[in-house]
Ligand binder design. Structure first.
Ligand code: KIV
Length: 279
């Protein structure tokens, strides 16, 4: 059993704040696990960060399951894995949504996440009744970017705030174990956090949530182009990797790599000064 369970994550509400990241592959999942992070989300943001799509909309179930299984193989000691249900995998029918949610658990996830408020209550109840823990996600919901008119801060009017409060309460009542609040003002996030029984997870929703989540590529300096205001860069891996590639290329072209310490002992059967020949 991992050191973090869904029950423990839920019980952390109001206590020590927790930090979560997205993860998309075995290598980074293993590092998150070794750092003892409570939870990684295999976000459909992998469409942009890993696959080079312009949005999350083209991401398929097969792509999500492939990455979820890799992440699950890297998180064996500590970290919970949440699989993000991609566009059209849960909106078309309850039956399809339930079956696809179950496929994430079969791939190794501990829970699923889906976007939307009160309109998802029936599916969430069905998942929970089937033994599938669900993380809710309201505020900026990128799968609805075309309806929302872009990647913008949500909850800008009193009506919008009241709707988000109603949605959070509906998700809580339906049985989610946590709720992502993406790009919402901090006072609204505080009001929601105080109104629900489960941990809220801020993705650009300010300091009052129970947990904070950052997209891996943003926080590690691997993202190209615009970085949202709420992101803090904890490393500049992009620059580090580019410098390593350039140094490698220079050392190869100048004959410094491989050096003797990177070469196996010779067999002695061939002359090293001339190419090996058959016979
Ligand atoms: O796909 C994702 O990475 C997400 C998080 C930003 C919550 O949905």
């Amino acid at each position: 059993m991992k050191s973090w369970t869904i029950t423990k994550f839920k019980a952390a509400k109001g206590g020590q704040k927790t930090a979560c990241v997205t993860a998309y592959d075995y290598a980074f999942a293993r590092l998150a696990d070794e750092a003892g992070l409570p939870l990684v989300l295999v976000g459909d943001s992998l469409g942009m960060t890993m696959l080079g799509y312009a949005s999350t909309l083209p991401v398929t179930m097969e792509e999500m399951l492939h990455h979820t299984a890799a992440v699950a193989r890297g998180t064996v000691k500590n970290t919970l894995v949440v699989g993000d249900m991609p566009f059209l995998s849960y909106q078309v029918s309850l039956e399809e949504g339930l079956r696809n949610a179950g496929r994430f658990l079969q791939a190794g996830a501990d829970a699923v996440k889906l976007e939307g408020g009160a309109c998802r209550a029936e599916l969430i109840r069905a998942c929970v009744a089937t033994g599938i823990p669900v993380m809710g996600h309201i505020g900026l919901t990128p799968q609805s970017v075309n309806l929302l008119g872009g990647f913008k801060v949500q909850g800008k009017t009193r009506e919008a705030c009241e709707q988000l409060l109603r949605d959070a309460k509906a998700l809580d009542a339906a049985g989610v174990f946590s709720i992502v609040l993406e790009c919402t003002p901090p006072d609204l996030a505080k009001a929601i956090t105080e109104s629900v029984s489960v941990p809220t997870i801020s993705v650009g929703a300010g300091p009052h949530c129970d947990s904070q989540m950052l997209v891996l590529h943003d926080m590690l300096g691997l993202t190209e182009g615009h970085v949202p205001k709420f992101v803090k860069r904890y490393a500049e891996l992009g620059e580090t990797v580019k410098a390593a590639f350039s140094t490698f290329a220079r050392e190869v072209s100048e004959g410094q790599f491989p050096a003797p310490e990177q070469v196996y002992p010779p067999t002695g059967f061939f002359s090293e000064s001339s190419p090996a020949s058959d016979g």
